[in-house]
Design a protein around this ligand. Structure first.
Ligand SMILES: [Zn+2]
Length: 307
């Protein structure tokens, strides 16, 4: 059986929020089968649980934010991406502030944390959302065009294309495809960092954003080049980060997808619209389990286990 997974033990991390610059502590805790991923604001007078779901996404400017009442958690996508990449279904995330720590700007630190705690197989089957019909969202025209699409696929693969008119980005690959069944998430995707342009930073800071951002948690570009002394971690790190983000944004649906995702210049907002479009179209998906590993897509039984 392809079983649900949680952690063997709890694990902790301390960092700062990318946008708030606030110090924050995270505790990742094992959770029973069918809990899903739940953020718990333990700093509030009464702790508030915010279960992750497409409908809980309240803001998608610059990052994915979930909310329940007045309680929020910003920038959940990199941790969600690590959970998607390692196939973690059930997790309680205690958090002491409004934003997940940015750590090194990628999902690699979260992968390391989750792997260090160990992955536990549970006595309940993983429930997958199998996409049955193509679903697409699209916006703008010409140079403003963006779109994202889900299509039926026995497994989970993503292809992403960006179009940045910047010498340091155009010099690298602007399109990439990744198949989760390859087992290469930790090596090929998780280490890709978020990126930002110095020309945007001043305006963002004036608006109280990117206060925790810098060269140790982002790729920073001026008008011509990458400013980080060590350069890029992957030749096509920019577009790989978009795959990383999309995996996190899509995992917010609450279950692993069996689908081919493709996107052109999509972002957090459009990824969430795509989930809502899928959920609102009757007959566009079904929930499936795999009683025998051999029936599951290639590589899915081993996800995240081979370290
Ligand atoms: Zn990101």
């Amino acid at each position: 059986m392809i079983a649900q997974r949680t952690l063997k033990t709890l694990t902790k991390a301390v960092g700062v929020g990318l946008h708030s610059g606030q110090r924050v502590e995270l505790t990742l805790r094992p959770a029973p089968a069918d809990t899903g991923i739940v953020f718990r604001r333990v700093d509030l007078p009464e702790p508030v649980d915010i279960p992750v779901s497409a409908a809980a996404v309240s803001d998608t400017r610059l990052a994915s934010t979930i909310a329940r009442g007045n309680a929020k958690v910003h920038t959940i996508e990199h941790l969600m991406s690590a959970c998607a990449g390692l196939g973690i279904d059930n997790l309680i995330v205690d958090i002491t502030a409004e934003e997940v720590p940015i750590l090194d700007g990628s999902a690699a630190s979260f992968v390391y944390l989750l792997q260090s705690a160990g992955i536990e197989l549970q006595k309940a089957p993983r429930r997958f959302i199998r996409v049955l019909k193509p679903v697409e969202v699209r916006e703008g025209e010409g140079r403003k065009l963006k779109w994202a699409r889900l299509e039926p696929y026995q497994g989970f693969k993503l292809s992403f294309e960006i179009e940045f008119d910047h010498p340091a980005v155009t010099a690298t690959g602007q399109a990439v495809e990744f198949d989760l069944g390859s087992g290469q998430y930790a090596r090929e995707i998780a280490r890709a960092r978020t990126f930002g342009f110095t020309r945007d930073v001043e305006m963002m800071r004036a608006n109280g954003l990117a206060l925790g951002g810098g060269l140790d948690n982002a790729i920073v570009l001026d008008d011509v080049k990458v400013l980080n002394a060590d350069g890029l971690r992957y030749q096509d790190e920019f577009v790989k980060h978009k795959i990383l983000d999309a995996m996190g944004d899509l995992y917010i649906i609450g279950k692993p997808l069996l689908a081919a995702y493709s996107a052109f210049r999509s972002g957090h907002a459009m990824n969430n619209q795509l989930l809502r479009a899928l959920l609102s179209q009757p007959g566009s998906y079904e929930i499936v389990t795999f009683e025998q590993d051999s029936r599951a897509p290639q590589g899915f039984a081993e996800l995240g286990m081979a370290w």
